[in-house]
Design a protein around this ligand. Structure first.
Ligand SMILES: *Cc1c(COP(=O)(O)O)cnc(C)c1O
Length: 424
């Protein structure tokens, strides 16, 4: 598999390099040189998730990795289902939250961890990342127990929810978590200093495992196929998929799935009040506003960093951006949508509710709709309890960690101390 840097197309890398490097020159995103067309879609849709994903990713990545290695990585990453639930006659929910941290980021994170291990042979790697909550959990669980990979996660002491902290600071083994006496920006600044320190970087094999890594997108393609595979055959035409979007990685993966040949008629890019993309699609003007805090806080992004990949896909496929539907929901509208869904008998959370409502309002009569549910309702328990006037029980996965002791170290906001800690 060959990839090029969208900003500097002359910079070309293979799959292993793209996974290890993450980003190209000038923070440019890597993009596949060839977008294959799969001619056996019906056959693929008849397969189980893991086998089908092995076939799809095998076709994209090619023979750079031994088949056995890639197949094992996929089998180890995809250890939980992505069920499609019927919500109304023509609307279905794709539930992507049955992984260890109860959010769709488990798919991308777990495959990235496996891919990084597969392309690094016996080199020692240290993953260093700063988190304000959720990404830390997905990274910690994805890399937990992998040989030759050390993970160090920095977070601002006392500034993330106790439940979030319990979810990733109770693992131990190769996962070290550090409560920094400072805020999230301090944590990010420490990470940046570490990456700027060449001697340190080389000694411990620093890697960021960041969210724009191509391996994440490849993993996410697979659940779009899984969604269509679960639809009754007569509902597979005229399919519309609504994606709750923040950094637009999820939508990018869906568009790649369509480009491979998955029969999806159109997508809806659904956002909260951070609606740079819906406004851009309306007016042709890219005008990010300052980011605002919303109920669907994982989508509080006003400069989505995967957008250049979306545009590249449209260009490469000779699609027109006017074919991409979009829309935004305010917080009060999101609350209404959650209530409406609850009345239909489907319990959701703010991100999924936005995707549902955009779909319900834009779906035409002979279309079938799928919306993506990106997090378990209990991950947003405070909002869901208040809006729906209930007391959601904690799912077992959360409850188990909630009862375990915290294993974090505490540290002053001081790079010299962190440096020693990393070298230890
Ligand atoms: C990250 C996240 C999103 C946004 O996904 P992108 O790929 O960044 O667009 C939506 N919902 C939840 C719950 C998330 O954690």
């Amino acid at each position: 598999m060959n990839l090029y840097n969208i900003k500097h197309p002359e910079e070309q890398v293979n799959f292993a390099q793209a996974v290890r490097q993450g980003l190209g020159k000038d923070q440019g995103l890597f993009f596949p040189e060839i977008l294959p067309k799969l001619d056996n879609i019906d056959e693929l849709l008849a397969m189980p998730l893991v086998e089908r994903s092995q076939a799809i990713l095998g076709a994209i990545i090619g023979d750079e990795l031994p088949k056995e290695t890639l197949n094992t990585a996929i089998k180890n990453a995809f250890t939980f289902p992505a069920p499609l639930e019927k919500v109304t006659d023509n609307i279905y929910a794709l539930e992507l939250f049955h992984g260890p941290t109860l959010a769709f980021k488990d798919f991308g994170g777990r495959f990235m961890a496996q891919a990084l291990k597969a392309v690094s042979s016996d080199q020692k790697i240290t993953i260093l990342t700063a988190t304000s909550g959720d990404t830390g959990a997905a990274v910690a669980h994805a890399f937990y127990g992998l040989e030759n990979i050390e993970v160090v996660i920095l977070y601002p002491k006392g500034k993330i929810s106790p439940l979030q902290e319990k979810l990733f600071c109770t693992l131990g083994k190769n996962i070290r978590t550090v409560a920094i006496k400072g805020d999230f920006d301090d944590c990010q600044a420490l990470v940046k200093q570490a990456f700027d320190d060449k001697a340190l970087r080389e000694t411990i094999g620093l890697n960021s495992a960041n969210s724009i890594n191509i391996s994440r997108l490849l993993a996410q393609i697979c659940y779009y196929f899984e969604a269509v595979a679960q639809l009754p055959k007569e509902k597979r035409n005229n399919l519309v998929v609504s994606v709750p979007s923040g950094n637009f990685g999820n939508l990018t993966a869906g568009l790649i799935a369509k480009s491979l040949g998955l029969p999806i008629k159109r997508f809806i890019a659904s956002t909260n009040a951070n609606d740079t993309v819906p406004r851009y699609l309306q007016s042709g003007l890219w005008q990010p506003n300052p980011t605002v805090a919303t109920l669907s806080n994982a989508m509080d992004v006003s400069r989505p960093n995967n957008w250049p990949r979306v545009e590249e896909l449209f260009k490469r496929n000779q699609w027109h951006l006017s074919e991409l539907s979009s829309g935004m929901l305010t917080d009060p509208q999101t609350e209404q949508a959650l209530n409406a869904m609850n009345n239909l008998g489907y319990l959701c959370e703010p991100h999924g509710a936005i995707a549902y409502q955009m779909l319900a309002s834009q779906l035409t009569k002979n279309e079938t709709g799928i919306f993506l549910c990106t997090a378990h309702p209990a991950k947003f328990k405070e909002s869901v309890d208040r809006i729906l006037d209930m007391d959601l029980p904690l799912p077992d996965a959360l409850d188990k960690h909630n009862k375990m002791p915290l294993l974090s170290d505490e540290m002053d906001n001081d790079f010299a101390i962190l440096r020693d800690y990393l070298l230890k």
